[in-house]
Write a protein that binds this ligand. Structure first.
Ligand code: PHE
Length: 345
């Protein structure tokens, strides 16, 4: 027989010791340790409870009451303390992660479009309003699209290794945007109006006016009875759109295998109005873009009958035009990636 006094004493001792241990725990971990020791499945209370069954039946009621009250005391003390720890942990986190939303920010710095992109967007808008489609051909091209289909004979100097970046598999980096003429004719069929802005690549020595990578904007129109008058009309519309004023143009003969006749189009200098200045080298005229009527062979090679259809094409040097419009004196600035330069636009 176990004495009531003994078991009661053990319970009171447990209550006293565990409450003291809870009180002196400094962390959630310590608190948890005390809980396991006192209230866990193999803890002190569980040990004492084993002796409960050895009591005489008449003695069980009083001891059972005490047992429950010890258990409740310990559990509620544990919960209270645990809650306090959780609260102070949260408070510590809030204090640590505090930010002052009233501090001045480091400033909003909006990006801006590259000058060539700005010009390209303007010209795309202008031509789409005139019924032209915008096509973007691949930068890696076949010899057929870049040369053969444009009536560029195999011995033409443009095919020289000096000018063309050849890839090891026989493809090349397009040397102009004109291969998109070929793709456009084959894709759309006549009649058609398209422009094709994009990058072109040439194996050039880089200096202030030459880059291996530059932007062009190709244009092409194929229809019945297209003449040089149509070409001039569209070029004047384009140029007054870019320079925001009426411009005077003139055509000089120029040779490109894919146009016949071919021209160099000059504009009356927009800086001095033709009087002569450093920009036009005192000539009053600035050379701006090559163009011409589409060569019958070029039409034929893309499945268009030159007896039925005619066309014009032009190749605007977007990079050069951007340099003229913004007064940029060195082509290397445009692809240099220097933010001090780019932030000006
Ligand atoms: N593709 C030519 C070049 O890059 C330019 C051009 C385009 C000329 C269209 C005439 C017609 O030099």
């Amino acid at each position: 027989m176990i004495a009531v006094e003994m078991i009661s004493e053990q319970l009171e001792e447990l209550r006293r010791a565990a409450l003291a241990a809870f009180a002196s725990s400094l962390s959630m971990e310590e608190l948890e340790e005390v809980r396991v020791q006192a209230l866990g499945r193999k803890g002190t209370l569980a040990q004492i409870s084993k002796d409960f069954g050895k009591l005489a039946p008449g003695e069980r009621a009083a001891v059972g009451k005490l047992l429950n009250s010890v258990k409740q005391d310990l559990e509620s003390e544990y919960e209270t303390k645990k809650h306090r720890f959780a609260e102070s942990e949260l408070a510590a986190r809030l204090a640590g992660e505090w930010i002052d939303v009233t501090l001045p920010s480091s400033g909003v710095r909006p990006g801006s479009l590259h000058p060539v992109t700005q010009l390209q967007n303007e010209i795309e808008d202008l031509f789409t309003s005139l019924g032209f489609a915008v096509l973007y051909g691949p930068e890696v091209e076949t010899e057929e699209h870049n040369f053969d289909a444009l009536n560029i004979p195999p011995a033409h100097p443009a095919r020289d290794m000096q000018d063309t970046f050849w890839l090891s598999d026989g493809h090349l980096l397009r040397t102009h945007t004109s291969p998109v003429q070929v793709r456009g004719m084959r894709l759309l069929g006549p009649p058609l109006r398209l422009i094709a802005p994009g990058r072109a690549f040439r194996n050039e020595e880089v200096d202030a006016s030459h880059e291996h990578t530059f932007y062009q904007l190709e244009g092409m129109m194929v229809d019945r009875d297209v003449s040089v008058a149509n070409l001039i009309y569209f070029m004047k519309t384009l140029l007054s759109g870019i320079f925001h004023r009426e411009v005077t143009v003139r055509l000089r003969p120029g040779y490109f295998p894919f146009v016949e006749p071919g021209f160099e189009l000059d504009i009356r200098c927009v800086i001095c109005d033709g009087a002569g200045c450093p920009v036009c080298k005192q000539s009053g005229w600035v050379e701006l873009l090559p163009c011409g009527l589409v060569h019958p062979n070029v039409l034929r090679l893309s499945g268009i009958d030159p007896e039925q259809w005619g066309g014009f094409a032009f190749g605007l040097g977007l990079t050069r035009l951007a340099m003229m419009r913004y007064g940029i004196d060195d082509i290397r600035h445009l692809q240099g990636g220097d933010l001090r330069f780019l932030n000006q636009f």
